[in-house]
Ligand binder design. Structure first.
Ligand SMILES: N[C@@H](CCC(=O)N[C@@H](CS)C(=O)NCC(=O)O)C(=O)O
Length: 234
């Protein structure tokens, strides 16, 4: 292990799927990085200064600047685009233009629609309630799983077609985003994907990659201290 701090530091927590997405990119590329914990719900002023939307993650590249706003990038998609440019191998964005466009769309779909539905509708009602000493809102989580998730899971299943990957012939930002975000549900509940066979196979494959499984294990260790068991959504 090196004594010097890595150039890249990500402010946030592996409990965030967006932090895990950017972490997965670094791990796939074998780029050293560290995660520095920030309480995003009660952040210090220095964090507000570098995160105008008060969101995690924010990346700092210490080779650009070790403090202040200079050298920081907010938003996981911007962070991942930066990491790809700075450390191009292995490529995690398709080179072929149409596949590149598809990858960006699937990433956006995961970051917005899937993250909002699974995060606000399932993860938060269970985990945030538990954190506050309240009963998990299982009714809300179950209603989201049965009401809103089927259309999303069907889309993600069908978007794979016959392919192992969402865009191009190899792992890309699209596969990482979908899996990291779906795993937010798996942090608090059993997530049966039997009705979505292509998605289930993709999820099993991608979630087993060390780049995804490693950061997830850290998040899981944290969540299990508050919620020892997973809930059933059906
Ligand atoms: N589009 C942003 C979304 C980041 C985001 O929503 N992060 C959540 C944590 S998972 C957050 O910081 N939430 C703080 C809040 O809701 O106040 C990205 O991709 O980085």
């Amino acid at each position: 292990m090196s004594d010097t701090a890595p150039d890249l530091v990500m402010y946030g927590s592996p409990v965030s799927p967006f932090v895990r997405k950017a972490a997965a990119l670094c791990i796939e590329k074998d780029v050293p990085f560290e995660i520095e914990a920030v309480d995003v719900f009660n952040p210090p002023q220095w964090f507000r200064d570098i995160s105008p939307l008060k969101r995690i993650p924010v990346l700092r590249d210490r080779s650009i600047a070790a403090e202040g706003v200079t050298g920081t990038i907010a938003d996981s998609s911007a962070i991942c685009g930066y990491i790809e440019k700075k450390y191009p191998a292995p490529a995690l964005y398709p080179a072929e233009p149409f596949a590149y466009g598809r990858a960006l769309f699937i990433e956006e779909y995961a970051d917005t629609h899937l993250a909002a539905t699974g995060g606000l509708g399932i993860f938060r009602p269970i985990f945030f309630n538990a954190m506050q000493g309240k009963e998990p809102d299982l009714d809300k989580a179950k209603a989201t799983w049965s009401g809103e998730m089927p259309a999303i899971l069907s889309f993600l299943n069908d978007a794979l077609g016959e392919s192992d990957f969402y865009a191009g012939d190899t792992l890309s930002i699209a596969d990482i985003s979908v899996t990291a975000t779906l795993m937010q549900i798996a942090l608090v509940a059993n997530m049966p994907l039997d009705n979505y066979p292509a998605l289930a196979a993709h999820y099993d494959r991608v979630s087993a990659r060390p780049s995804i499984a490693g950061p997830f294990a850290k998040a899981n260790g944290f969540i299990r201290k508050t919620l020892p068991d997973l809930f059933d959504l059906t």
